[in-house]
Design a protein around this ligand. Structure first.
Ligand code: FES
Length: 363
């Protein structure tokens, strides 16, 4: 805070009383102006966390809550909520003169940031030496206490067995075993509100999707995703995971940062009825947008068609089909070969001009 003042006219006080919270500019400084019972207070509108617009937040008691990920700052002192007082945004002195509200830019208290250790997922993406690593992701939903056979998971288990026999490291993740929240669509507020690591992962230590992020970003070279067909589409758990993976794609859009480097994805799709092509097409489209590579013939699938509703026979037919297991093993072989080629450096880094890519702006 300086000894001299630098008063900036914010406008007619009578007009500024209309809203409890508003975002204003004092010259080029973003201000969150609060009005309670006719009394004004002002703090910086730039949140300490990721720069969210505090002036678009809401009051929760004495605290102004950031609309992006809900950090709170005292509306008058700028200090963080109890326990986080060291996290403070600047607070400003105000006065009313001749009916006009004035803010002293020189009165700003210092911005302070409580040190927050970086989330483990935020570490640089660097492949550790070792054999090719395959993560199998089963997206089949079922009750944990009363499991039932799943045809896509049967084939996924075969895929991982074969990968291990080839000398790969393998890991199985069944999404149904993880307790994870639905994506809350932070990017709908602002692209920059969708962070890497995922904002939910950073805020909620009980959320278990970190295991998927860890495997996809830091650990695995090959992803094998298995899904049943549910009403012509992949399973609900697949989509729940994919929505949470927006934070990976969003890094491409806002930071030109490619998190899934040298990754290969392949798919196992089974359904008692149909729409293999539509289901796989959508999965391929999503992973392509993440910059993931595919093996030749990137999926195996099985469907008995519209008239089949006798699922017990479906399970038996997959269980007994040596050709499906053989096809699954070949899918793993193709995926591992593709991963080895990329890791061997034979595939150049992609040329990544933005034109035509997601969210690019026409000039
Ligand atoms: S809580 Fe404000 S930007 Fe994240």
């Amino acid at each position: 805070m300086s000894d001299t003042h630098d008063w900036v006219d914010l406008g007619l006080a009578s007009e500024l009383t209309g809203k409890p919270v508003q975002q204003l500019l004092a010259r080029r400084t973003k201000i969150a102006l609060v009005c309670r019972d006719g009394a004004f207070t002002a703090i910086s509108a730039v949140c300490n966390h990721a720069g969210g617009p505090l002036g678009e937040g809401r009051l929760d008691g004495d605290y102004l809550e950031c609309p992006w990920h809900f950090w709170k700052f005292h509306h008058a002192t700028g200090k963080g909520e109890p326990g986080f007082e060291e996290d403070a945004v600047p607070a400003y002195t105000l006065k009313v003169e001749d009916g006009r509200l004035l803010l002293d830019l020189n009165s700003a208290t210092p911005r302070q940031r409580k040190p927050h250790p970086p989330h483990p997922l935020a570490r640089p993406v660097q492949r550790e030496a070792g054999p090719i690593r395959i993560v199998g992701l089963s997206t089949t939903a079922m009750t944990k206490d009363h499991p039932r056979p799943s045809t896509s998971e049967l084939l996924l288990e075969e895929a991982l067995r074969h990968g291990a026999a080839r000398g790969c490291e393998t890991r199985m993740i069944r999404l149904r075993d993880l307790d994870f929240r639905a994506c809350e669509g932070f990017y709908s507020r602002s692209a920059r509100a969708c962070t890497w690591p995922c904002s939910i992962t950073q805020m909620d230590p009980t959320d278990q999707l970190d295991q998927v992020y860890e495997a996809l970003v830091h650990w695995a070279d090959v992803y094998v995703l298995a899904t049943p067909i549910r009403w012509g589409a992949a399973s609900s758990l697949y989509f729940k995971m994919v929505e949470r993976m927006n934070c990976i794609q969003n890094q491409e859009t806002i930071n030109n940062r490619h998190l899934l480097r040298n990754k290969t994805a392949a798919f196992i799709v089974t359904g008692g009825q149909d729409n293999v092509q539509g289901t796989v097409g959508q999965m391929l489209g999503f992973f392509a947008e993440l910059g993931v590579q595919f093996p030749q013939f990137p999926y195996v699938a099985h469907s008995r068609g519209w008239t089949a509703e006798d699922m017990e026979n479906n399970i038996r037919s997959v269980q007994n089909s040596e050709s499906l297991r053989e096809g699954t093993r070949a899918l793993v072989d193709r995926s591992v070969d593709m991963a080895a080629m990329m890791l061997g450096g034979a595939l150049a880094e992609p040329h990544r001009a933005r034109g035509g890519r997601k969210a690019h702006r026409l000039d």
